[in-house]
Design a protein around this ligand. Structure first.
Ligand code: AMP
Ligand code: GLY
Length: 418
């Protein structure tokens, strides 16, 4: 099969790395890809959000299958467009990807189908939002409805901060139109866990659990980022918790989407909080998480191409795959200054040495005159396995030692922060 993966970050590198191991995949392409992905796939110069351009390229080059990995093209209906052109694609259609694209939609869905989540109200009028904040008191959480690159959420510890956040979103349009509708919800407490799950419209099969580290600095300080590191599986996700999640959250969510005429084929990202009242949904995403994907796929025993096909065809219940009895750690090496301003184009050294004891997934890299250089905020994800979580963490840090580039920044507490 000729397969195209859409995207160009660490997550897409991990997907390409795993797909390249499938005997069914004879030719692998990635658009736009990056310097690391270029080692396992041919990179194609089409932007991930260019729906028409992607369909055209896939058609012109006779792709047998396209994997749409990032949130934006899913929300834009890239899977719908590929299918309309007769090209099989992995990922939810736009009407199911809406669980990520609209927080108001997903909160509504959870309320209707009694899926545990924080209590909330949705507002389109600022004065009503301010009155609700006043009435509920702090701490309280204010969220822009649409995709805001993970930045449209404010966990406010005072009523004043919450009101300021609502004003910025609704009046000053800090997040553009995605803030014209705002969700205000109860503040939950407890460890945060990610469970990615394959879904085929009807069946749902959770992957091994994982945990991201979203803040930029040690001790969960500093601004939110796309994710500074991930472990799998986190110790808090016990078999008892897992059972509740399957019964109270995963199966009801996929069944709810089917009942609504929005069957979900792809990966559901369950962002969960293990609260004193039990597991609750913080957010849904309609795709693999990044960097959770790098840790989780490293533990997959099975053919990813077969799983993707099963998700499309509704045969996931029969797909043959399992998870290694090991743990994984993905340590993100970022550009100094990320998630704000940072330099690009800095030469990276030590990659070959690091690659001897870990898999180094590239997130933001490019090749310039035969040299691999930085080309994004998150640059690399050094991913190692171990027989225990402690070993996996130690292996990832040890493997990353030889790598350096100007202003390199990483957290030193991945796996020990919660
Ligand atoms: P989201 O984009 O909805 O995942 O929110 C980003 C982050 O904000 C989450 O990873 C949580 O750490 C935090 N958060 C979101 N909603 C809540 C909530 N209801 N209670 C406490 N923290 C929350
Ligand atoms: N790691 C968080 C996300 O992919 O949304």
């Amino acid at each position: 099969m000729k397969v195209l993966v859409v995207g160009g970050g660490g997550r897409e590198h991990a997907i390409c790395w795993k797909l390249a191991q499938s005997p069914k995949v004879t030719e692998l392409f990635c658009a736009p890809g990056n310097a690391g992905i270029a080692q396992v796939a041919k990179c194609v110069n089409v932007k991930a959000t260019d729906v028409d351009g992607m369909v055209q390229w896939a058609r012109d080059n006779a792709m047998d299958f396209v994997v749409v990995a990032p949130d934006d093209p899913l929300a834009l209906g890239m899977v719908d467009a590929l299918e309309a052109a007769g090209i099989p694609a992995f990922g939810p259609r736009a009407n199911a990807a809406i669980i990520e694209a609209s927080k108001a939609f997903s909160k509504e869905l959870m309320k209707k189908y009694h899926i545990p989540t924080a209590k909330y109200e949705t507002f389109t009028q600022l004065d009503k939002a301010l009155a609700y904040i006043e009435e509920q008191g702090a701490p309280i959480v204010v969220k822009a409805d649409g995709l805001a690159l993970g930045k449209g959420v404010v966990v406010a510890s005072t009523v004043e901060d919450a009101k300021t956040a609502a004003r910025e979103m609704m009046e000053d349009k800090k997040f553009g139109e995605s803030g014209s509708t705002v969700v205000i919800e109860e503040c939950m407490t407890g460890p945060e866990i990610t469970v990615l799950a394959f879904a085929d419209g009807e069946h749902v099969r959770p992957m091994i659990s994982s945990q991201d580290h979203k803040r930029a600095f040690d001790g969960n300080q500093g601004p939110n980022t796309g994710g500074m590191g991930a472990i799998a599986p986190p110790p808090q996700y016990t078999p008892e918790v897992a059972k509740r999640c399957v019964e109270e959250i995963f199966q009801p969510t996929v069944a709810a989407l089917k009942a609504e005429g929005r069957p979900f084929h792809g990966v559901v990202y369950f962002g969960l909080m293990l609260t004193p009242d039990g597991p609750k949904v913080v957010e849904y995403n309609a795709r693999f998480g990044d960097p959770e994907c790098q840790a989780v796929l490293s533990l997959l025993d099975g053919d990813l191409m077969d799983i993707f096909t099963a998700c499309r065809e509704g045969t996931l219940d029969k797909a043959d795959f399992s998870w290694k009895e090991q743990a994984a750690c993905c340590l993100v090496l970022a550009s100094g200054g990320y998630p704000l301003d940072y330099k690009k184009g800095c030469p990276i050294s030590g990659l070959e040495e690091a690659g001897k004891s870990a898999v180094v997934f590239h997130a933001g890299t490019a090749e310039k005159n035969g040299q691999i250089v930085t080309n994004g905020g998150r640059v690399l994800g050094v991913t190692a396995l171990g027989d225990t979580l402690e070993h996996a963490i130690a292996n990832a840090y040890a493997a990353a030692k030889p790598i350096s580039f100007q202003d390199m920044h990483f957290r030193t507490d991945i796996g020990h922060a919660f």
